[in-house]
Design a protein around this ligand. Structure first.
Ligand SMILES: [Zn+2]
Ligand SMILES: [Zn+2]
Length: 393
């Protein structure tokens, strides 16, 4: 458990995480980090097994802690009943001779090796089996490492269900720096969403009386600034830059655990991104990487805020937004220079996503601010056109 005193109204924050390790060669510390566990169940998919799982398995074998393993086959886009079923079944070596009268021990720890689906599935398996779990990350691609909720494919759509927060997060920079390039771009794109997310949180504090923590918000913005400053070095797979992104994703993940909600990580940009993703899931298309979707939605929400800055008479609102304009401009420049891959490019889907996002979550963001003033439709239309222009640049 990580705990610290804070000057905000909560006075203290805590997160149910024991420790995290972000360093070069981090996987060699696994025996020490997991010293209290002796029957470790390792879960990977074919890709993550190749890039990290094989080595982690060897390390666990050498220290006598490997109990069982599961390498998920094929491409799993989102966790579903099948992936979860596989993880439950392979918790025991199924080729072992059965002895129905013998006491058969369970693993005492689940170690996920991967980023998206593997981590999300193990989070669910951990919750269902009542076993602690940890994660060896393979790509700095999304902010869900420290999250307690997990996406799940159910009835043809995606839903979020309760899982467990990992006890340990291990990120080996030697592995992460070789992650697919678009996953790294997605990671930094997810971080850019913190600018609009935190501004939405400030807006909710001042226009909807919501709880706000200065320290957590500042930590997230500082971490995002670091990503932006060094982000151009992602093309060289600079380990320091990869570290910034991974730390940023972790800081936001911890922020969510500290506040007990996702305010430190997400605002309107995440809700719109989620709406776009749902269209793909429901149409049976392969959804885009979360962070890329968030990045595009961040550009859209930043456009809305810029329009509001120009058109509002509210001095306080102007002051709030002005602080974020340099960030918004820097993100836009980054996206153009780094050729950030667009996700949704047709006017109809972009707009349908904004419409779908509005009632999707009872969370005060710029979308609620605009709706309450009868400005939603006009802003949705004009911001969509401006985004389409920006995507052409
Ligand atoms: Zn606080
Ligand atoms: Zn995210």
């Amino acid at each position: 458990m990580i705990t610290f005193r804070c000057s905000c109204e909560r006075k203290e924050h805590s997160a149910p995480i024991e420790s995290y390790e972000i360093s070069s060669g981090a996987i060699y510390k696994i025996p020490e980090i997991l010293k209290n566990y002796n029957r470790i169940y390792m879960v990977a998919d074919e890709n993550t097994y190749r890039v990290a799982g094989e080595k982690v398995e060897e390390i666990l074998r050498e220290c006598g802690k490997l109990f069982s393993k599961c390498v998920l086959k094929g491409e799993c886009v989102l966790p579903n009943a099948e992936t979860l079923g596989n993880i439950l079944m392979y918790a025991h070596d199924i080729s072992a001779k059965s002895d129905i009268f013998a006491y058969s021990p369970m693993p005492d720890f689940i170690l996920a090796v991967g980023s998206g689906t593997v981590n999300d599935s193990c989070r669910l398996a951990s919750y269902r089996l009542g076993l602690p779990y940890g994660i060896v990350g393979t790509a700095p691609s999304m902010d869900g490492y420290a999250s307690a909720g997990s996406p799940f494919l159910h009835d043809g759509t995606k839903t979020t269900i309760q899982g467990t927060t990992p006890k340990y997060i291990i990120a080996d920079l030697d592995i992460m720096k070789d992650a697919p390039y678009d996953m790294m771009l997605a990671g930094i794109g997810d971080m850019f969403g913190k600018y609009t997310g935190i501004l939405d949180w400030e807006l909710a504090r001042d226009y909807s009386g919501e709880y706000f923590c200065d320290k957590i918000a500042k930590d997230v913005i500082d971490a995002t600034n670091k990503c932006l400053e060094n982000g151009y070095k992602l093309t060289e797979r600079d380990p320091e830059c990869v570290k910034n992104v991974m730390e940023g994703l972790l800081v936001t993940g911890l922020g969510m655990a500290y506040t007990g909600n996702s305010r430190p990580a997400s605002g309107a940009e995440h809700i719109v991104a989620h709406a776009w993703e749902l269209f793909d899931v429901e149409r049976g298309n392969h959804p885009h990487l979360h962070g890329l979707e968030v990045c595009e939605a961040t550009r859209l929400i930043a456009i809305m805020y810029k329009m509001l800055l120009e058109e509002t008479e509210d001095a306080h609102l102007k002051e709030l937004i002005e602080k974020y304009i340099p960030y918004f401009d820097a993100v836009e420049e980054f996206c153009i220079k780094m050729k950030m891959p667009p996700t949704v490019t047709d006017r109809e889907t972009i707009l349908a996503g904004i419409h779908r996002a509005l009632p999707m979550r009872d969370r005060y963001t710029i979308l609620f601010y605009l709706r309450d003033r009868g400005m939603f439709e006009d802003y949705a239309q004009r911001a969509t056109d401006k985004l389409l222009e920006a995507l052409k640049a």
